[in-house]
Design a protein around this ligand. Structure first.
Ligand code: IPE
Ligand code: MG
Length: 251
């Protein structure tokens, strides 16, 4: 009988030497912008504007703690499908302007992720430029999920693998030896550790397609504040809670 040899990836992030779980990658679902605007008797775009201002603040909090990768869920593919196109266009303008300002700032490596062609050629081009302008930035990497759907990310990864093996004539051997690692290497996050902590604001408690592959062992933190109201103390509490957890990874 052949021995059972599991195809396993290494732990997303091993514990640091003091036994506390280390925190290399934090992902955030920045929810509650429109509700914040409605509560202030403002238009949705004012909520997105306030949300964009919070992004700058949030990134500096992360930077101070030495987090290497920050994923920001800005607009899902389902948002694009189901929301008023006028309000979406305003939101995308605010996102692109905020990213250009961050790129000017020069600290962060900005990586827009998602099916960017869905946003139209002008926005797609602007996002590619933001990426190109910041590839050598010294600070943390910031993934910005726009037109993003986690199942599509996995689907695209499998498609890319199949296409490559079809070209190479190695499709039949792929069916024998396809491993989780092969798929992980085709994702937007191929070279990054998985998110250690996922934070969602506004009190909603779900992941809404954010990185289903990469979050299997992520710790989750749900914060009642709307995204534009997120305070540094909320973030600090989330970090304290995370560092008190015992990550077992099935052990
Ligand atoms: C968040 O703000 C957008 C996300 C992709 C998470 P919303 O625009 O969803 O604001 P609410 O949730 O309707 O208040
Ligand atoms: Mg929402």
């Amino acid at each position: 009988m052949t021995a059972f040899v599991p195809h396993l990836q290494p732990h997303p992030t091993p514990a640091s030497s003091d036994g506390r779980p280390s925190l290399r990658h934090v992902a955030v679902i920045m929810d509650g912008n429109r509700r914040w605007a409605a509560e202030h008797h403002m238009a949705p775009r004012d909520g997105y504007q306030a949300g964009a201002a919070k992004v700058t603040e949030f990134l500096s909090w992360c930077d101070q703690t030495g987090i290497e990768i920050i994923t920001l869920m800005a607009a899902s593919a389902d948002n694009l499908l189901h929301r008023d196109p006028r309000i979406l266009a305003e939101a995308m303008d605010i996102i692109v302007t905020a990213l250009n300002e961050l790129a000017d700032h020069g600290r962060y490596r900005l990586c827009p992720i998602g099916r960017l062609p869905r946003l139209g050629p002008v926005t797609e081009h602007a996002l590619h430029r933001v990426r190109a302008r910041t590839t050598d930035a010294p600070g943390p990497t910031v993934n910005i999920a726009v037109a993003y759907n986690g199942r599509e990310e996995i689907t695209d990864a499998v498609r890319a693998l199949l296409a490559r093996h079809l070209r190479q004539g190695t499709l039949s051997s792929l069916t024998e030896r396809l491993s989780p690692q092969d798929i992980a290497e085709q994702l937007y996050t191929a070279t990054q550790p998985d998110p250690d902590l996922v934070i969602r604001t506004s009190g909603e408690q779900r992941l809404s397609t954010l990185m289903p592959w990469q979050t299997v062992y992520s710790e989750l933190c749900f914060i009642p504040a709307y995204w534009p109201d997120l305070a540094h103390s909320d973030f600090a509490r989330a970090l304290t809670s995370y560092h008190q957890r015992h990550r077992r990874f099935g052990a």
